[in-house]
Design a protein around this ligand. Sequence first.
Ligand SMILES: Cc1cc2nc3c(=O)[nH]c(=O)nc-3n(C[C@H](O)[C@H](O)[C@H](O)COP(=O)(O)O)c2cc1C
Length: 194
Amino acid sequence: MKLLHIDSAITGDASVSRQLSAAVVERFKATAPELEVVYRDLNLNPVPHLSGEVLGAKMSGADHAEAAATIAALDEFLSADIVVIGAPMYNFAISSQLKTWIDALAVAGKTFRYTESGPEGLAGDHRVIIASSRGGVYSAPSPMAAIDHQETYLTAFFGFIGIKPEFVRAEGLLLGPDQKQAAIDGALAEAAAL
Ligand SMILES: Cc1cc2nc3c(=O)[nH]c(=O)nc-3n(C[C@H](O)[C@H](O)[C@H](O)COP(=O)(O)O)c2cc1C
């Protein structure tokens, strides 16, 4: 059994999503000691931007280092049974580091395909757990829910490739120290209950 652990926060040791994703991974390690864990820190080791040149090289099969790096990221994802993703909300969406990783995953014929009846996800045998952190409160019935382009985007993307992601969430992190601690404690309890 293989677990891929992805972090995408730019906030280093202060990162809440990193703390939560690590707790989720520890939870899986405790229940399956033989688990093989592969770690990728997208802040230190980003997937190259999907430029026109990279896309062209991927489509033509040309020898191209950045295209090869995006293909390696997809292979790393496909080889994992469980994928744990630290996903902070930045500017109402995901970090740009996480976006370039997702761009590497969206490959027709590998993770999805179009059929006569519409798109079909091909990655349904992977379990995805997302450690979500955000300064405000966006969960319904919050009026902020309409501007959540982080969890809604991740749900849509993974749904498109056939996966229903699970969320461990700490929100309201910028609403004061007590609220922050309560949100982190709640999310850590969710991680422990996975
Ligand atoms: C660059 C940046 C942009 C942010 N944008 C938002 C935002 O749009 N909405 C929000 O609720 N919080 C926002 N925050 C607060 C973060 O979501 C919050 O601090 C969370 O803990 C970030 O996850 P991290 O600790 O893993 O970096 C932002 C923080 C940073 C550093």
